[in-house]
Design a binder for this molecule. Structure first.
Ligand code: C2E
Ligand code: CA
Ligand code: CA
Length: 706
């Protein structure tokens, strides 16, 4: 068994087992062997301690023996007995008081380790003094006893021999002190016996033999004691060292656990806390706010346009961008606010303290503004935006989960309605989102055959003042929810994942309707991002087109720019495939979202539809007018059609015709209509509202020029 395993086995510590496999031998703190001097100092001190604990019995036995001797002597010489008792009493008091002090020092005020050696020496000397004075008293009594009677002499001798015999055990802890005591009892008594008695030489000889045996016995006892004490000290030292080793291992394990815990709460890329770190901090600050009756706000940040950067320039650039975003957030929000990366291109922050809504809005706006500035990354300059959703405690929610949910609601609202801005949660957002979720549920269960249909809105050509094409617009008449706007249920269908089926179904319906129209009329059909996100979906659309008797040249698929930014390469492949199938492609809602002229250059567009928002304020804002004029000119030079959407008033129409527009769509000219109404509409087209609109337009232009 290897040394580390042995220690591990001995301690039964799991950590040690791990340590033994993961660390090198050099890493293990070695069990230190204590220096000999330190060991002997400790040993002598403990011997003194043992001797002191035997001392009580020794003094007591001495006293009892002395009293017995006094009683025996008393009938012969009362004076001697009395003197003897006084001497013994005096010595006993001295010995008992020094013993008491020794005990006090040992157990109440023990010496410091460095004082132990001197302490042991001093008290060993005092101990010896006590023994020698007791022995001297007995020798003195023996000298008197030999003159009193044979009986008393033997009694005293027996007592001395018994005391010497007992000393082999009780004085065993003290090597030299014990030997001196035994010698002080037996050797002088041998001399006294030799000098004063009849058979003195024989008794003295026996006494010396007895002395030698007692010294041998004492030496043996001392040796055994010493060995067991040394063993005990070695074991204690080993256990101490192992405890030390174990403590140091425990510290290492604790440090490591702390490191692992920290790593589990940190995002490796940005060095910011991760989602778990964010949740932990939020819970902690929320508890604090509740305790102190203060407040806090949290922000959820979502980057707009991160994916295209990642797709176009690769993951290394994407990572660099995320790191820069983390850095900017740290700078914008400063040390006092908590920032975290929640995952992917989502970040979060916490503002601790009860703050005014205006201040929170300012912070949110600042975050959006700072994150929207361009990023100079290695070899590229990237442009992204950020939307922020914020929520406050105690006004909006009072649990961490609710706060996070509501910040997400606000973020969702920002992304849908005010991309690139910061939105602070209000309960209407939640209601809207819940409504949307509810609608999604109803849509999933809807009978699409009965509830879904298509209406058609004419797009008018200014030259012949007639319908040039119809745009098919989906309608959902739900028995539960009533009429649901298409942009809402199309989004629900996108989220629930069956938009591709819905689109195929709508195309089939629209093409079927177009069959009965005059052959020169085109049909425009909207596609959503998901419809071009996979080639399977695109092939499905092409199949529907090819299985219809309608000439593909009459079909226009409209696609918005937001559908292009998700995966540009895929979008290009999809649009090329549709184009090859003979259909036309229109870029819808141009001017909103991520408008880029390079889309027009790189993708096979036949038409561009200028978003209705430009027409809406064309008479109020010169910039809108300029944009529309430029776009019409651009389409002319690129030889693609330009459709102006949202022509709602006579003024709109006048203005866009002035700017050179040829294709117009809007409520002023015609509203979306049912398939059944198209025939009638087309027949009366010459006399109907469209003509009226043109006539009014002309007369108003004449009035102006006149
Ligand atoms: P869009 O493609 O821009 O369609 C034009 C929208 O503008 C239609 O709204 C139309 O009714 C409305 N409109 C037309 N003239 C005017 C006007 O003068 N003023 C105003 N304010 N609006 C006008 P609608 O039918 O509610 O459709 C909204 C959006 O829903 C569409 O915008 C399109 O993005 C989406 N959509 C509609 N049908 C479908 C479809 O079948 N598939 C897909 N993927 N999306 C569809
Ligand atoms: Ca459209
Ligand atoms: Ca449009």
């Amino acid at each position: 068994m290897d040394f580390r395993m042995l220690i591990g086995h001995f301690l039964g510590v799991g950590a040690l087992k791990r340590f033994s496999t993961e660390k090198s031998v050099a890493d293990i703190p070695t069990v230190r062997v204590r220096p000999k001097a330190r060991m002997s100092r400790e040993r002598n001190y403990q011997l003194l301690e043992q001797a002191s604990s035997n001392l009580k019995g020794m003094v007591l036995v001495n006293l009892v023996a002395s009293i017995c001797a006094a009683i025996a002597i008393y009938p012969y010489s009362a004076k001697t007995a009395l003197y003897w008792l006084c001497a013994v009493g005096f010595i006993t008091i001295l010995r008992a008081s020094t013993w008491g002090r020794l005990l006090h020092r040992l157990h109440v005020h023990p010496p410091a380790p460095h004082e132990k050696r001197a302490f042991t020496r001093r008290w060993s000397a005092i101990y010896l003094l006590g023994l020698v004075s007791a022995a001297a008293a007995w020798i003195g009594l023996l000298s008197v006893a030999v003159t009193i009677s044979e009986e008393i002499k033997f009694l005293v001798m027996i007592i001395i021999a018994a005391l010497a015999g007992g000393a082999t055990g009780v004085a065993a802890p003290m090597k030299w002190e014990g030997r001196l005591y035994i010698s002080a009892l037996l050797l002088p008594s041998a001399v006294v016996l030799a000098l004063n008695t009849h058979s003195g030489m024989l008794l003295a000889f026996m006494d010396v033999i007895f002395w030698a045996v007692m010294i041998g016995g004492h030496t043996n006892n001392h040796r055994v004691l010493l060995r067991s004490l040394e063993l005990q000290l070695t074991n204690t030292a080993l256990i101490n060292d192992l405890t030390e080793l174990n403590t140091s291992l425990e510290c290492k394990v604790m440090e490591r656990t702390k490191d692992l815990q920290e790593a589990a709460l940190t995002d490796a890329l940005t060095g910011l806390p991760n989602r778990r770190g964010f949740q932990q901090k939020l819970t902690e600050l929320l508890e604090k706010s509740k305790r102190e009756d203060s407040g806090l706000a949290i922000g959820a940040i979502d980057l707009d346009g991160f994916k295209p950067v990642n797709d176009a320039f690769g993951h290394a650039t994407g990572d660099q961008l995320l790191m820069e975003v983390g850095e900017r957030l740290r700078n914008t929000l400063g040390e006092e606010h908590f920032v975290a990366r929640l995952g992917g291109d989502e970040f979060g922050f916490i503002i601790d303290g009860r703050e005014e809504i205006d201040y929170l809005q300012q912070i949110g706006d600042m975050v959006c503004r700072d994150l929207a500035a361009s990023y100079s990354l290695t070899g590229v300059v990237a442009e992204i935006g950020a939307s922020v959703g914020m929520c406050t405690y105690p006004w909006d929610a009072d649990t961490a989960a609710e706060l996070s949910h509501r910040a997400d609601y606000a973020l969702y609202h920002a992304k849908q309605a005010r991309k690139g801005t910061a939105v602070i949660f209000n309960h209407q957002h939640e209601a809207e989102i819940r409504e949307l979720a509810n609608m999604e549920q109803v849509f999933r269960r809807a009978n699409l055959d009965e509830e879904l249909y298509v209406v058609f809105q004419p797009i008018i050509h200014t030259e012949d003042r007639r319908t040039y094409s119809f745009e098919a617009l989906a309608r959902w008449q739900s028995p539960i929810l009533g009429n649901v706007p298409p942009d809402m249920f199309i989004r629900a269908a996108e989220r629930s994942g069956f938009i591709v089926e819905v689109t195929r179904y709508l195309i089939t319906k629209a093409l079927k309707a177009a069959l009965s129209w005059p052959k020169h009329l085109r049909i425009a059909i909207n596609l959503s991002a998901r419809d071009i996100a996979s080639m399977d979906a695109v092939e499905g659309i092409i199949n529907v087109v090819q299985s219809s008797p309608i000439d593909p040249g009459r079909i226009v698929f409209e696609i918005t720019e937001t559908a292009l930014v998700c995966d540009f390469d895929q979008a290009r492949e999809a649009l090329n495939a549709l184009h090859h199938a003979g259909v036309q492609i229109a870029l819808d809602d141009f001017g909103t979202g991520h408008s880029s002229l390079s889309h027009l250059r790189l993708l096979p567009f036949d038409k561009l539809k200028v978003d209705s928002s430009f027409v809406a304020d064309i008479n109020k804002h010169q910039a809108s007018e300029d944009i529309v004029r430029t776009l019409i000119g651009l389409c002319d030079s690129m030889r693609i059609d330009c459709v102006i959407e949202g022509v709602e008033t006579r003024e709109h129409m006048e203005k866009v015709i002035d700017l050179g527009a040829h294709l117009l769509q809007g409520y002023y000219l015609a509203r979306p209509m049912q398939q059944d109404d198209i025939q009638g509409y087309l027949q009366t087209e010459q006399t109907a509202s469209v003509q009226r609109a043109f006539v009014e337009n002309e007369s108003s232009s004449q009035r102006k020029t006149g």
